[in-house]
Design a protein around this ligand. Structure first.
Ligand SMILES: Cc1cc2nc3c(=O)[nH]c(=O)nc-3n(C[C@H](O)[C@H](O)[C@H](O)COP(=O)(O)OP(=O)(O)OC[C@H]3O[C@@H](n4cnc5c(N)ncnc54)[C@H](O)[C@@H]3O)c2cc1C
Length: 531
């Protein structure tokens, strides 16, 4: 069963290796392990609904609690300590397009806000009702999950938008196809959520981001329905698919989507490649991207992330063995680990690996190690479970991410790290901060930074430290010339920084689009472009 106050299925655990516990205590100190609030305590904190009982929705506290937030750090603190600031007044479950239409009409009639809810994996406050806001209905779309058609000539599949990653891939795999969209939240996030947040999968270098995979769909809005035909391309004015991508539930509710699929690849493999330092690794991945080599993934960790990954992997013998070997080969503390993915036709994959290996060698990289790649592959969707264990061990963890041109990427990464350190130091904390280049493009890269710090005995103190750090680092991202989000979207947390990227006039254009589709402002108020 899915955890109600943490990540993932409660049958899956990621225990913290003993040596990793000692490592973290040495780096950041020991955090508070105050026990969590119980489900019963949380349920008692749910206020009476402001909406009447109705057979078309549930006003039960449990439904409302389970749809009150996503997976951001404030959401975690709220869920674990019983301090969630707002709950939906009702939760409805759509089983058909007609259900979506009638819920839009009902909410309009009752002056209620409506929040489209996919898998609830947002990390930036996309699905949280606004404290003090209007009565709110959360519309859970996860029952809209059928594969409606697969056209093998056009290689386009049509799914209902609430389908989650594993179900979508299972349906396609049974017919020999794949979408290839694998965000780390794959287990629970949905097709509609991916489109509404412009999500990016781990192998987007090969399969494309969701923007490249989304071919068309059907949107229900308060102003009427929009059908977006799946055309391979169009010069007929601005592409409405691009307007819908990243609209975060503000323009309407996507009920079905056509996606571009591919036959399942003949081969898929991942490798670990060590570089002497992050900068030389970055030169290698830039060269690979700019040579248009058909790799599927390039993920380059800085020295701190390289060390932390090996420590948290919980394989002390392997780590010692690797450390000894690397030292003998002259790789010191600054070493940086690249995870290289190669997907596709067998012969081409072999050639690609050969080319990538020689580029890496030119930049001082060691030969690719398949075992490290296999370990990464095995834990690619398991790593988020570590957040549960870290929390119970006294640590809070969050991430920030951006994308920038190559000329700015590494200096920005350094500035982001410094800003996190400075901010936590002002709260007498020493955070553990590490970064990787997560997605690589010909003209730049995304920079993904993780920070871990001690939970304070008082949850308000944990939140205050987080808030200050989030503000500082968001300002640094903007000042460094990066986007406020490469893949997590805007939601509530990033909304104050959107104008820096869109300009005031651009933001008015987006607001006008929301108003045109939703004249009463009932759809997901406060998110993306503010109220
Ligand atoms: C552990 C973890 C790892 C993650 N890794 C990644 C990653 O690798 N890449 C990445 O891109 N993101 C990642 N995320 C962020 C998150 O998973 C994505 O933003 C995801 O796309 C959200 O999908 P969802 O179905 O859970 O949407 P939700 O969280 O339910 O909703 C997100 C937004 O989409 C809107 N929405 C949802 N469905 C619809 C619909 N049918 N019509 C209109 N609007 C809709 C909602 O109103 C809301 O504004 C991660 C999150 C977690 C917790």
């Amino acid at each position: 069963m899915r955890r109600w106050n943490g990540w993932g299925d409660d049958a899956t655990d990621y225990p913290l290796p003993e040596s990793a516990g000692e490592y973290l205590a040495g780096k950041v100190g020991r955090g508070s392990t105050a026990p969590d609030a119980s489900l019963e305590q949380l349920l008692r904190s749910v206020p009476a609904s402001r909406l009447p009982d109705d057979s078309r929705w549930s006003v039960q506290p449990q439904d409302r609690l389970l749809h009150a937030c996503g997976q951001s750090l404030p959401d975690w603190v709220g869920l674990h300590t019983g301090r969630l600031p707002a709950f939906p007044d009702a939760v409805a479950y759509a089983r058909s397009e007609e259900d979506v239409r009638s819920m839009l009409a009902l909410c309009r009639q009752r002056n209620a806000a409506l929040i489209p809810y996919g898998g609830g994996t947002s990390v930036v406050g996309h699905i949280n009702p606004l404290p003090g806001g209007p009565p709110t209905v959360t519309l859970d779309l996860s029952d809209l999950r059928r594969l409606l058609s697969l056209d093998e000539t056009n290689r386009v599949a049509v799914f209902e938008a609430g389908v989650c990653g594993p179900e979508l891939e299972q349906d396609l795999s049974a017919r020999g196809y794949t979408l290839g969209h694998f965000p780390q939240s794959f287990e629970f996030s949905t097709l509609g959520g991916w489109i509404a947040t412009r999500s990016c999968g781990q192998q987007s270098y090969y399969y494309g981001r969701i923007e490249a995979l989304f071919a068309g769909g059907h949107l229900e809005t308060p102003a009427g329905a929009i059908d977006l035909p799946d055309l391979p391309a169009s010069a007929a004015g601005p592409d409405l698919r691009q307007v819908l991508l990243g609209s975060e539930g503000r323009l309407g509710i996507l009920t079905r989507a056509s996606v571009r699929v591919r036959p399942r690849p003949e081969t898929e493999a991942f490798y670990g490649i060590f570089f002497h330092d992050w900068a030389s690794g970055a030169q290698a991945v830039r060269e690979i991207a700019q040579s248009a080599l058909p790799v599927s993934m390039l993920r380059l960790s800085d020295a701190q992330e390289t060390e932390t990954t090996l420590v948290l992997a919980g394989k002390p013998d392997l780590t010692r063995w690797a450390d000894r070997g690397l030292r003998l080969a002259g790789f010191r503390h600054e070493r940086s680990l690249l995870i290289l993915g190669i997907t596709g036709e067998r012969r081409r994959a072999r050639e690609t690996l050969g080319h990538a290996r020689s580029i890496c060698r030119r930049h001082g990289g060691l030969p690719p190690i398949a075992m490290i790649g296999r370990l990464w592959q095995k834990s690619r969707f398991r790593s988020p479970y570590l957040r549960n264990t870290l929390w119970t061990s006294g640590y809070a963890l969050d991430t920030v991410e951006t994308a920038l041109p190559w000329t700015k990427a590494l200096p920005a990464a350094l500035a982001i790290q410094q800003s996190l350190h400075r901010s936590f130091e002002a709260h007498n904390e020493r955070p553990l901060v590490f970064t990787h280049l997560s997605h690589i493009y010909t003209d730049g890269a995304s920079v993904y930074t993780t920070f871990l710090f001690r939970r304070a005995p008082d949850p308000e103190a944990t939140l205050a430290a987080w808030r200050a750090a989030k503000q500082a680092v968001s300002r640094t991202i903007v000042e460094s010339g990066g986007t406020i989000s490469h893949q997590h979207g805007v939601g509530l947390d990033h909304a104050p920084y959107l104008q820096a990227e869109k300009s005031a006039a651009g933001l008015s254009l987006l607001r006008a689009a929301c108003l045109a589709m939703d004249p009463d402002g009932m759809l997901n108020p406060g998110k993306l472009v503010g109220p």
